[in-house]
Design a protein. Structure first.
Length: 242
């Protein structure tokens, strides 16, 4: 079940406005160009920002997400007809032979159940052509990013056209092994409404990720740094064995 932040009508409507700087996607666009990808599978596409960016470059794009609310926002955007949108996940994909599959942001870490992680890797493997690539990021556990997940460090107030001011912050709620849980809070100044969304991410070690990829028929071509979060993220470039 998707977290409320990705499904609640009032939250998905302001999702992009609360996170307008998506410079992190430039890395993925550059990798798509580097690999000469013509068909990209964007897993966890959310409100469609990256999928539409790729479509603007003339690529064939399939955007997949389990959150119907986020997909509704994506489908309402200008140019959305150029993208094939699928409500589901990597286990529900139709036959295809994508050159590249991507999971941007926290998509990979949001798959916290080991069984679902394995199912995702198998599903993507089927969706890629032989030699196609899977590229995704995961936060380096050694950085312990969750130490900054508190109201004092994350509070902000955003003025959104047609909505008014929205206060938001995140609070850490639990750290249990590789699982880190937190809650987002939003306060709408217009009517005082308070909405929250609980989430959990899995922080995987580099060796753990590489072992899982190898076990599911991939070759790890590279592990890169994320330019927007240097020395804090691991970006995996894995290739389906031909």
């Amino acid at each position: 079940m998707p977290d409320p932040i990705f499904e609640h009508p009032r939250l998905v409507a302001i999702y992009d406005a609360l996170d307008p700087d998506r410079g992190d996607l430039n890395l993925y666009a550059a990798i798509a160009s580097e690999l000469g990808a013509r068909h990209v599978l964007d897993l966890g596409c959310g409100t469609g920002t990256f999928a539409l960016q790729l479509a603007d470059c003339g690529l064939a794009v399939t955007g997949v997400d389990p959150a119907a609310g986020s997909l509704a926002v994506a489908r309402a955007k200008r140019g959305s007809e150029r993208v094939t949108w699928i409500h589901g996940d990597a286990t529900t994909l139709p036959p295809m032979a994508a050159d590249l599959a991507t999971m941007t942001g926290n998509v990979a870490q949001a798959i916290i159940d080991p069984t679902e992680w394995d199912a995702m890797l198998r599903g993507v493997h089927r969706a890629l052509r032989p030699g196609g690539h899977l590229v995704f990021e995961t936060r380096d556990p050694d950085d312990r990013a969750w130490r900054q997940w508190n109201r004092a460090a994350s509070y902000r107030s955003t003025e959104i056209e047609g909505v008014g001011a929205v206060e938001s912050w995140v609070d850490l709620t639990d750290v249990r092994g590789p699982l880190v849980s937190f809650v987002w809070t939003w306060v709408f100044a217009a009517d005082g409404a308070v909405l929250t969304s609980d989430s959990t991410l899995r922080f995987r070690e580099r060796d753990e990720v590489e072992a899982a990829l190898l076990a599911h028929g991939y070759v790890v071509d590279d592990v890169r740094d994320a330019p927007d979060r240097p020395r804090r993220e691991l970006v995996f470039l894995a290739r389906r064995r031909a």
